[in-house]
Design a protein around this ligand. Structure first.
Ligand SMILES: [Zn+2]
Length: 257
């Protein structure tokens, strides 16, 4: 298995993180290039050779850089089946796997945030989860897709706790602040929030995080925990009988509902 280095840069105009998977020969796979200029600058200033682009879903803040980048570097574009991305050259879905730069990529179907959202597990160790899981939170979900997103999050919970998560946006401190409204007595959460706030002050990422850490602190992965259930029931104003119902209340609450 090839040794990989993973680097991320933050969008200069938004909160997206653009990830680069880099091998020892400076070939690079670009993950969800939502802009071209900062990514092309990074490629040139680090002497990278783009091997390919991989995409988790079709939202413009993850895809806007594809055309200018492929016009300049002519690399394949790998992404989900059925999403609205014209430039895809190879489409994958649940259970598919492929190799790039000597590394093994496994594809997980994770719908909810978008209908055909996928995630990529690289060498059993790195999980590019797009807008499904964020540090301390999860992606927004259109009305009618809450159950689908809940199932995708349950699927992520089954992965190895040691797996590293590379999310598509850095919202960690804001998510954890919300999480402390849900679970004010969760000691791990309070500690993590403090660290995330320090990271903002020093301009550091919270990503990658581990699934183990999310399982201890991310309320959207803790919808079976008594404290989370109690907080959601209080917000809802009545009994909730399943973790899915708890999830739906939390997701609306997080969006201000
Ligand atoms: Zn998105």
């Amino acid at each position: 298995m090839s040794k990989l280095e993973i680097q991320g840069i933050r969008s200069p105009v938004g909160d997206n993180i653009f990830w680069f998977i880099i091998d020892s020969n400076k070939n690079g796979i670009l993950v969800d290039p939502g802009e071209d200029k900062p990514i092309v600058n990074y490629i040139k200033s680090n002497g990278l050779m783009p091997d390919s682009i991989i995409l988790t879903h079709d939202h413009p803040d993850h895809t806007n850089g594809i055309l200018p980048i492929t016009n300049e570097f002519h690399c394949p574009v790998i992404g989900p089946e059925n999403e609205n991305i014209e430039s895809i050259t190879q489409a994958f879905t649940e259970g598919d796997s492929f190799e790039r730069m000597g590394a093994k990529f496994e594809v997980l179907s994770l719908p909810g945030h978008s209908p055909d959202h996928i995630g990529f597990i690289v060498n059993d160790e790195h999980f590019f989860c797009g807008d499904v899981i964020f540090g301390g939170g999860c992606g927004i979900v259109p009305e009618g897709s809450y159950d689908i997103m809940f199932d995708s999050l349950q699927k992520c919970k089954e992965l190895s706790p040691a797996i590293k998560l590379y999310w598509g946006h850095e919202y960690t401190a804001a998510n954890l602040l919300f999480a402390t409204q849900v679970e004010p007595d969760n000691v791990d959460l309070v500690k993590r929030l403090k660290l995330a706030q320090e990271n903002i002050a020093t301009n550091k990422f919270d990503a990658p995080g581990t699934l183990a850490e999310e399982l201890k602190t991310n309320p959207f992965l803790r919808t079976d925990q008594p404290g989370v259930i109690a907080a959601a029931e209080q917000k809802h104003g009545g009994k909730l009988s399943t973790p899915y119902e708890v999830f739906a209340v939390l997701r609306k609450w997080r969006s201000g509902g």
